[in-house]
Design a protein around this ligand. Structure first.
Ligand code: ZN
Length: 128
């Protein structure tokens, strides 16, 4: 994976941990917390499960939306630069010579390899 893509995906990578934390904490809540607390509240297990599911959806749906939005934004940016962003730093290389060094970070590049790498990692970009 290009280093530039890793940097661009960093905010989404953090959001990837949230579903794991939600699922693990839900197991804890359903197995231990609900059977202990619900009888004192006079609520049934079904009501408890309903509230846990609702909270999970309220947490997970924004995470999914943000991840989709962020990845779409990255794909649009890469497409706007004709898949010619430096693999190391993300600097736009479009319009520069086909072989050379990135003016921003100094890493060497070959335009065809750069384009091929971005297409390989992002797939065919059909976003508008
Ligand atoms: Zn660079």
């Amino acid at each position: 994976m290009p280093k530039a893509l890793k940097q661009l995906l960093r905010p989404v990578a953090w959001f990837g941990w949230i579903p794991l934390i939600v699922v693990v904490s839900s197991v804890f809540v359903v197995d231990i917390f609900l059977p202990t607390v619900l009888p004192h509240l006079g609520a049934s297990l079904e009501e408890g499960l309903y509230y846990v599911s609702t909270v999970n959806c309220l947490i997970l749906l924004p995470c999914m939306f943000f991840s989709y939005y962020h990845v779409t934004k990255i794909r649009r940016r890469v497409k706007a630069h004709d898949f010619s962003l430096c693999l190391n730093c993300g600097y736009p290389l479009k319009g520069l010579v086909t072989h050379g060094h990135c003016p921003e970070c100094g890493s060497s590049y070959e335009a065809d390899n750069v384009r091929q790498s971005w297409v390989q990692w992002l797939g065919p970009v059909n976003c508008n």
